[in-house]
Design a protein around this ligand. Sequence first.
Ligand code: NAD
Length: 352
Amino acid sequence: MDKIRLAIVGFGGMGNAHAANVRAKNPEIEVYGAYDIRPEAIEDARNKGLKVYDSLDSLLADGNIDLVTVATPNNFHKSISVKALRAGKNVVCEKPVTLNSSELEEIIRARDESGRVFSVHQNRRWDRDFRIVKAAKEQGLLGTVYMVKSIVQGSRGSMYGWRGHKENGGGMLLDWGVHLIDQALQMFDEKVTGVDAHLLSMYTPGVDDNIHLFLRFESGCSYVMEMSTNCLINLPRWHVQGTEGTLQIDDWTCKGRLMKLKPNAEMHWSDDIIYTEAGPTRTMAPRPEHTMMEIPLPDEKPDILEFYKNIVSVIRGEGELIVKPEQALRVMRVVDLMFKASAEGAAQKCSI
Ligand code: NAD
């Protein structure tokens, strides 16, 4: 079968990563061409054996190209995606798919009119730490999950390059926020009934760079996300509490543990009040070790190779899209409300 020919628009950090990953892992795709507004990036693509174009229009006019990956700064995603779909190309767009939900609705209309495939590179659905938490929840290892903390902390201070500019769609909510919200919506197959966001701008004037995001799910689960840029002592990547267990994942190496109550373990509170270093307490006294057990974390080995493999099979009419634009639309509706919540200083009720 003929290879799918891929062209990349925006040949910077992520454009290069797409080219390298696809070449290394997806033999059904030929990394064929590239376009960028910077001459150095064009030269880089040429040196890597790609056909280069002097304009987006000339790239889109090339009938050899089946698939276009958009890896420009965020503010160009909508216009390039719509143009590429209208030119008859299938499109993969980097995250955040757009700056807001109405831009994405425009892309979805262009997708429908063109009959082409459109997907979003939500690659963090293949992160091992996320998959372990999702599997633990789905396998019922934690009972009913009612509190989740999903935390990503850096220490380099500001948002780098164009990410520090509002007009480019900069800021942390649109950068990491969309990844962590997408993970949350993948983990909980239910409606979001409330959102809140505290978007601080500590080191990069004009955009949010240290943020707390809050989701309330229909079942009542409270899901908190933190992304910060000047944190010198990191919290665990994940902390998840359920009625039957607690799961912690320390970092991206996926070291962590899952603690469960022993079946029928009796809790002998020999004394009503326990005396701790912080004084007497009943509620917060440590649980006796013998009433708990540690069980292995689910063994998950996700492979991001699956992303483009899926795109190829959908283009060939053989499979169902994994990252659907309609899912990204839910994420963007949550994002819209988070910006509103932060601006108004008040949580927002919703049904998303
Ligand atoms: P970058 O600055 O390294 O690269 C962007 C490139 O786009 C540059 O080479 C720039 O010259 C080019 N460009 C700018 N405007 C253009 C236009 N109108 N037409 C064509 N080219 C244009 O940025 P990056 O870090 O590669 O980020 C690019 C996109 O990838 C962003 O949307 C970002 O959010 C996303 N990204 C995703 C992940 C992920 O894990 N999924 C990781 C990093 C970046």
